[in-house]
Write a protein that binds this ligand. Structure first.
Ligand code: 5GP
Ligand code: ZN
Length: 137
């Protein structure tokens, strides 16, 4: 646990939160600035800054938990859709540097827009990009 990390303190229960699920390894809390009603965050109790630091096995556990929470939250909130978002790095919108996964119930006419402006690469540019990535795998 990091003394200077707010999500470490929330995950440890030192700072109160609206907890909707907890086990030995994870706490799931309601976001203080929700995109929509029920917006929640999965917090591992151990500190990892982001997707690059979290061990592969833990990342798998987080997504399994996300699936289970989504099913329960959909039943409870009667939402119409669901976004799962996970930001890494300032440029990608991460503001709290303790790994977390956003669970965002979506409602028809909720007025939110979780989207991006699509690019228009040529087939050649797509191939070039794919070659760069494949070179690392
Ligand atoms: P990020 O932008 O890093 O992906 O997401 C951080 C999220 O944490 C934001 O949606 C923000 O509203 C939420 N948040 C920041 N501080 C607190 C806090 O002290 N308590 C809770 N429950 N949520 C927080
Ligand atoms: Zn932390």
């Amino acid at each position: 646990m990091r003394d200077d990390c707010i999500f470490c303190k929330i995950a440890a229960g030192e700072i109160p939160s609206q907890t909707i699920y907890e086990d030995d390894s994870y706490r799931v809390i309601l976001d203080l600035g929700p995109a929509a009603k029920g917006h929640a965050l999965i917090l591992p109790k151990e500190h990892y800054a982001d997707i690059f630091e979290i061990p592969e096995e833990k990342a798998g556990e987080v997504f399994r938990l996300a699936k289970n929470m989504a099913v329960k939250m959909k039943a409870a909130l009667k939402c119409d859709g669901f976004n799962i978002v996970q930001n890494n790095g300032k440029v990608a919108g991460q503001t709290v540097f303790h790994f977390h996964m956003h669970l965002i119930p979506r409602y028809t006419d909720d007025g939110q827009d979780i989207n991006w402006k699509p690019g228009e690469p040529t087939q050649e540019e797509l191939k070039e990009t794919a070659d760069i990535i494949r070179g690392e795998i």
